[in-house]
Design a binder for this molecule. Structure first.
Ligand code: B3K
Ligand code: ZN
Length: 844
């Protein structure tokens, strides 16, 4: 397969002035007529005229009305063209019903839909399928199905046809078309300049009752972008469609967002609080792309973080504004450590802006998205809120309608603030998680912190230069008061000192407040000092993180040295839990132990080979010890977690329910499941039903409830995904591979549906000790299924290969077994480009 390099970027050579497309839809033989007006780009060097096209049959093509015979290759076509502007017309045929890759135009449950990002439009027709070619599109759809949708505004419709026009120039990856027998949930929104916009959520018959929450989230997002960034919506209609077969969460097509049904449909009975929160943030994310992504897009796919990092950062801010900023920050950092750190410290490490790829779909990663968002957060911390707002205004003004680059983005900040960001730019080009170590000195009223940063080598990058690291530090007096409020230290050197003068007593530092940079803080803090911070730190993130570090260290001592659970930490935690002034959601987070995968990651960072069984056993022993120690206060906590109002998935109620869930998990360790069984029987919402079921599965007491749940929900695809996933993710690790295998034989295991496939095989990978079962059964089962899925759906297959990315850190036996499976996949004839790149990188 061919490798594409950032340094090879060349413009296309022509401008596309206007595109008009006619779709004659038929499952096995859809005809697409295109009429495209090309004009030479005076700024680009002369070159051959090449249009992308894959798996499309060309029926005929003309230039300015005269028939032409282009040279066709598997990637596209080449053709002699006139010197000036010309009109290209082509008719092609494709077979959406046989498109199992879910990229391009495909069918899902009787409806037609598209997914074009990153390079799917070339599976629809011949076109310069690259983000820097932007054009206005007119679309005519001919089909017997009742609902016919495309981008932009509707311009006409009749029996069996509809026409749409999108006045905003866009790259082909934002093209979308949906047709089907759909029902809508309509609403309207009036923008602050008084324009009325029709809003619709389109779903399959039967799902109408699950749209209200998504619609509320959409209106909140529209308001937020107006209030915070002054950005209004720019079409007469905004459509969202829910689709069952989808490779990821959702897609921001201009005016026609397409969502995985799991990322938009929700009702209290069928979705958990966490589902509601996730839906709210995905709706916001896709809506925010209308400005950051669509109005301003990327010049090429190496710039993906330009739209993704920024849009994730915007959706995170939206959620913090709507809910609790402290809780949101803790959740995001926990995610970053769980998903991005392993990537950044293993064979798949790549810069936030990668410099080469074989298959771009493999780079929609935690690094591009989540670390990309962290980089923007750092920029905001460094320049300050006001300058950030000013820079964003300049970005929107200067680049509206552009296909931009990271250089453009940084220049906006330089121009708005007068700062030189050349060193900061290393965050975009250097892969790997910097490690920050700290020394402290106290001398007669002056307290000095000396930091050292080191970024370990990553593939292709043996040596790293120092990065700019914003380090938020506050100092506490011995009585727990804030002696020096948060100060943003700006580290630019490999080793650098910062002094705080005029202190009356040696302070206790609270470092990296709010997780001010995506680094690993390496500091041997005495347990008493962490406990002090756990009790007094004014920064909620660091307060949580002190507890987390204590838990981690206690667990590591148990795993490595067979130590007993640390009673001092448990007692300190108990004092926090009893504090009724603290948000229940925050207390629930405090009660959560680090995941087993996180413990494996931390052991690896410390140079220790993680033993999955020891990690699992120690975690269980710690949870048992917590349950015993906290038993006397469980009733009180449960009472504080009680919700006495009709169900609402807001921050307050969800916080209480998550505290209730954490309490129930402890209680189940003491009562054999009695309380969980009662909660399961009485539950009138999915959050309570599922938290009870989880406890029972963990206790090995869930047979009857699993059957009851199955019978109750077998008609609901999304709830059934939970049924499949939970009994594997929460299974006793010794049984997890067998459980997963048995479920792959269940009649409802529709493995071609990505949600169902992930529910089973993804859940196995999430059961850390189960996946790493010492027989290798987990590895074999996953590899068997990846091999089976690859010919049908390379994108989902390749993504799930990352379950193996940490293979080198385990013991030699497990390493050999994982390597064997990776090599078995790599050796498969006809392996997709997606999977072959992933497996190749993981093995390298
Ligand atoms: N931009 C899409 C992701 C497309 C993934 C293509 N493999 C969704 C999003 O980030 O909003
Ligand atoms: Zn996005």
């Amino acid at each position: 397969p061919q490798t594409v390099y950032l340094s090879d970027y060349k413009p296309f050579g022509w401008r596309v002035e206007d595109v008009s497309l006619t779709f004659r839809l038929a499952p096995e033989a859809t005809r697409i007529l295109s009429r495209i007006r090309f004009a030479p780009d005076p700024a680009a060097p002369a070159q051959d005229f090449f249009l992308h096209g894959e798996d499309v049959s060309l029926i005929r093509a003309t230039i300015d009305g005269a028939e032409v015979t282009p040279e066709i290759t598997p990637q596209g076509l080449r053709c002699a063209v006139p010197e000036g502007a010309f009109t290209w017309e082509a008719e092609v045929e494709i077979a959406p019903a046989s498109n199992t890759a879910l990229e391009g135009l495909y069918m899902s449950g009787g409806m037609y839909c598209t997914q074009c990002e990153a390079e799917g439009f070339r599976k629809i027709t011949y076109y310069p399928d690259r983000p820097d070619v932007m054009a206005t599109f007119s679309v005519r759809i001919e089909s017997d199905l009742p609902v016919l949708l495309s981008n932009g505004n509707p311009t006409g419709s009749g029996d069996g046809w509809a026409e749409w026009h999108d006045p905003w120039p866009k790259p082909a990856y934002l093209f979308a078309l949906v047709t089907g027998d759909l029902r809508n949930h309509p609403d309207t929104f009036t923008t602050r300049s008084g324009k009325e916009v029709a809003l619709n959520i389109w779903v399959r018959p039967g799902d109408e009752g699950k749209c209200a929450w998504g619609m509320e989230a959409l209106k909140k997002s529209m308001t937020w972008d107006e209030e915070v960034h002054g950005r209004e919506y720019d079409l007469d209609v905004f459509n969202i469609v829910a689709v069952d077969d989808f490779n990821m969460g959702a897609m921001e097509n201009k005016g026609l967002n397409i969502f995985n049904s799991a990322a938009v449909l929700a009702s209290p009975e069928t979705a958990t609080d966490a589902n509601f929160e996730r839906i709210e943030s995905i709706i916001a994310h896709e809506y925010f792309h209308n400005w950051t992504g669509n109005r301003i897009t990327c010049r090429d796919w190496f710039q993906l973080c330009l739209k993704e990092g920024l849009t994730v950062f915007r959706d995170q801010q939206f959620t913090s504004d709507l809910r609790s900023a402290a809780v949101k920050r803790i959740e995001d950092v926990a995610q970053l450590r769980a998903r991005q750190f392993p990537e950044d410290q293993g064979p798949l490490a790549h810069p936030v802006r990668p410099e080469s790829f074989q298959e771009i779909n493999n780079f929609y990663t935690a690094t591009v998205y989540e670390k990309g968002a962290e980089v923007i957060g750092m920029l905001k911390r460094l320049v300050g809120d006001e300058a950030y707002a000013k820079a964003l205004d300049l970005y929107f003004d200067r680049h509206d309608g552009d296909a931009a680059t990271i250089e453009d983005w940084l220049r906006v900040f330089e121009d708005a603030t007068g700062r030189d960001l050349s060193q900061f730019k290393r965050w975009y080009s250097q892969a790997g998680t910097p490690r920050l170590s700290v020394e402290e000195a106290w001398d007669d009223g002056t307290y000095t912190l000396t930091f050292t940063q080191v970024t370990p080598p990553t593939p292709g990058q043996p040596d790293k230069a120092p990065q700019v690291i914003p380090i938020a530090v506050g100092l506490l007096s011995p009585n727990g008061d804030e002696a020096v409020p948060t100060r943003m230290l700006e580290m630019t050197e490999g080793k650098q000192s910062f002094a705080f003068e005029g202190l009356s007593a040696r302070p206790v530092p609270s470092i990296l407040r709010g997780f001010s940079a995506p680094v690993v803080l390496e500091r041997d803090v005495p347990a008493e000092e962490r406990a002090f911070l756990l009790a007094h730190d004014a920064d909620p993130f660091n307060r949580w993180d002190s507890s987390r570090s204590l838990a981690r260290e206690a667990l590591i001592a148990m795993i490595r040295d067979g130590a007993e659970p640390d009673a001092t930490w448990i007692d300190a935690l108990g004092r926090v839990l009893r504090d009724e002034t603290l948000d229940p959601a925050f207390r629930a987070l405090m009660l959560g132990l680090p995941t087993q995968a996180e413990l494996a990651q931390v052991l690896h960072e410390k140079g220790v080979t993680p033993d999955p069984d020891a990690i699992c056993n120690s975690t269980e022993a710690m949870a048992d010890a917590m349950a015993k120690r906290f038993e006397p206060m469980l009733d009180d906590l449960a009472a504080q977690a009680q919700v006495d109002a009709p169900y609402a998935p807001d921050a307050e109620q969800s916080g209480k329910r998550s505290l209730g869930g954490a309490v129930l998990a402890l209680r189940t360790r003491l009562d054999g499941g009695a309380a969980a069984r009662a909660q399961f029987a009485a539950a009138d919402n999915m959050t309570l039903q599922l938290s009870a079921l989880t406890c029972l599965i963990r206790a090995g007491e869930a047979r009857a409830e699993l059957d009851a749940f199955h019978d109750q929900w077998q008609g609901d695809r999304l709830v059934m995904d939970k049924w499949f996933g939970l009994q594997i993710a929460a299974a006793d690790p010794a049984e997890a591979p067998d459980r997963a295998k048995a479920l792959t034989q269940h009649p409802a295991f529709d493995w071609k549906n990505p949600n169902r496939f992930r529910a089973v095989l993804g859940a196995l990978a999430m059961n850390h000790a189960g996946f790493h079962h010492k027989t290798g059964a987990g590895y074999r089962l996953l590899a068997d299924w990846l091999l089976r899925l690859d010919p049908l759906n390379p994108q989902t297959t390749a993504r799930m290969c990352s379950a193996f990315q940490t293979w080198r850190r385990y013991d030699t036996g497990r390493q050999a077994m994982m390597k064997e499976q990776l090599e078995r996949i790599a050796a498969k004839d006809g392996l997709s480009r997606d999977t072959s790149e992933m497996v190749g990188r993981i093995l390298s």
